[in-house]
Every structure is written in C-alpha cells, then in structure tokens.
Design a protein around this ligand. Structure first.
Ligand SMILES: [Zn+2]
Length: 303
C-alpha cells in the first residue's frame, strides 16, 4: 500500500455492523494468535458498541477498524487490542486509513456540492428574483433609506441592532399631566416631558442581515469550487470549504427568514409607528407622508 493520502483503493465505507456482516470474507470471530495483519481497510464509528472480532478481546468497541489478515480474512478490531495483537504497524496503518477516510468524506461532500451546482444556482436566482425576493427587498430598503434620510435611518438601524422593537415618542406634558404629577410627587422636579409608546415594530431584524451579499458570496464560492483541487488544499483550508458546504442550506434558510421579516416589516402599521422616529414635529410630518402600498408592494408618498 502506498502512503498517498488520496489512495482510496482499499478503503471501504462501514456505517453499521450490518456492513461488516455483509462482507463475504468477514469473520465475526478470529483466533488472535493465528492472525497476522495485512491491511487496515477502514475505520468505523458505530452508534452502539459492537463485539470485537479478535478471540483474545471480544470487548464491544464503538469505534474500531475493519482489518484483513494475510490469509484474506476480515474482522473488526479496536485501536488498543489491534495494536496489542498486530503490533506497531497496525497503528500506523490504522492512522493512515483514518486520514484517508476523512479526506474521502471531505472530497465526497465537495463533489456532491459540485454536482448540485446547477440546482443551487437556480435556487439563488429564485430567491433573488421572486416577486418579494431579495432584489425587491434591497430596492425597497434603498427607497426607505432615501425617504427617511440618513439620520432617521440610522436611528432605525441602531434599534434593529439592539433588538429594540418599541418606538416611543417624547412630547411636552399637558397641563393636566403636570398638575397630576405635582400632586402625586410634591417634592420631585416638575414634569416637563412625557414618553409614550407608539407601538412595536415587526420584522425589524431584517435590517441586521444582508441577503444580497450572502447570496452573492454563495454564488461566487460555487463558481470557485469548479476549479478547486480540494486534494491540494491544506487540511485547514479544506475543512473551511467543507464547513462552508455544510452551511449552504442554512444560507438559504437565512435568506428565507429575512424575506419573511421584510414582508412583516413593510406594512402600513409599521410605517405609521415609524412616524415616532422623528424627533421634531416637522420630521414626524415628513415621515407621515411615507406610506406603504399593499397592491404595489412599495413605498408611496401621500401629500
Ligand atoms: Zn478488541
């Protein structure tokens, strides 16, 4: 056996004890004393411990190796008993085969993504272009930013960042309120302002995400994967790619979540509540003109 990590010629995949038992040359019980190791074929990691195939051990191992002896018999052994019976060469071969199995798993994951590329790109395009999709949400957000102006938009964005959905307005206290306050708190300072809750914004978390960037990044990586030779990557870089592959579905879910939030965010009620973001009557009057059209799914101005 060569020591090339990408030599998978002897590697088999063992997922359950059934995979062991189905192999024609598998022996559930081998005489430890008569057995000499030829090769380690595969590591395995079972859900439950499974009895060792070496007569001198028989301990149930949850993690072990499928080995083949020089007379062509296969059985399963543990890491420690394997070393005891077969010596140092077992450990070297077992470690090498473990590394190969890991590399093969990683390459298979990336190959699977490559095979799915056309379908994944279609899903990205669908999320971007659907009627209330990412392009719509981006354009609407740009319009909102323009309509609100940088200062009020920043206030809104800060609220989103803090997860603060409540909008409150502070106004001058009325004469009745001042009087009541004086009676109830004779030694306190006179009441000048009153803060009132206007309402709770829905879907505000939308502002904490950038679905266009997320989808663009996913698309770029899918194209990059085409020309990627994953075997040549450093173990660390390869793991980053595998982790990325593992997160693809989460990316689509994240975008779905943002789009659902966008539909909850762009509503007449929310725009009414957001009038309260204006700190002056002039600002509030200006904000009151920005409204939402359900039929056109966009911001409109009512004068
Ligand atoms: Zn054992």
């Amino acid at each position: 056996m060569t020591s090339f990590l990408d030599d998978f010629s002897q590697l088999v995949t063992i997922k359950s004890p059934e995979d062991l038992r189905q192999r024609p040359r598998y022996y559930p019980l081998l005489d430890s004393k008569q057995s000499e190791l030829a090769e380690v074929l595969a590591p395995y990691h079972f859900g439950e411990p499974y009895p060792c195939g070496l007569s001198g051990c028989r301990t149930p191992h949850q993690n072990g190796y499928l080995v083949v002896t020089i007379d062509g018999k296969e059985t399963n052994v543990g890491g420690i008993c394997g070393r005891r019976i077969f010596g140092e060469s077992f450990t070297i071969k077992a470690n090498l085969q473990e590394k190969r199995a890991q590399l093969k798993r990683q390459l298979d994951i990336l190959e699977h993504v490559r095979e799915q590329k056309v379908g994944l790109l279609a899903r990205i395009a669908e999320q971007l272009n659907r009627p209330a999709g990412v392009k719509w949400s981006e354009a609407t957000l740009r319009n909102l930013k323009e309509a609100f102006g940088p200062y009020i938009f920043k206030v809104l964005r800060e609220k989103a960042r803090r997860g603060e959905n409540i909008v409150e307005v502070t106004r001058d206290a009325t004469k009745e309120e001042r009087d009541r306050h004086r009676v109830a708190n004779p030694s306190a300072r006179p009441l000048q302002f009153v803060t009132e809750k206007v309402g709770n914004l829905t879907g505000l978390d939308m502002l904490n995400h950038d679905p266009l960037r997320v989808l663009t990044c996913l698309k770029d990586k899918l194209h990059e994967l085409d020309n990627l030779d994953a075997k040549k990557l450093s173990p660390r870089a390869r793991k980053e790619w595998v982790d990325w592959a593992g997160g693809i579905e989460r990316t689509f879910e994240e975008v779905e979540g943002v789009l659902a939030d966008a539909l909850r965010f762009y509503t007449r009620e929310n725009l009414k509540i957001m009038i309260g973001l204006g700190s002056t009557p002039q600002d509030q009057m200006r904000l009151a003109m920005i409204q939402w059209s359900n039929s056109e799914m966009r911001l409109i101005y009512k004068v």
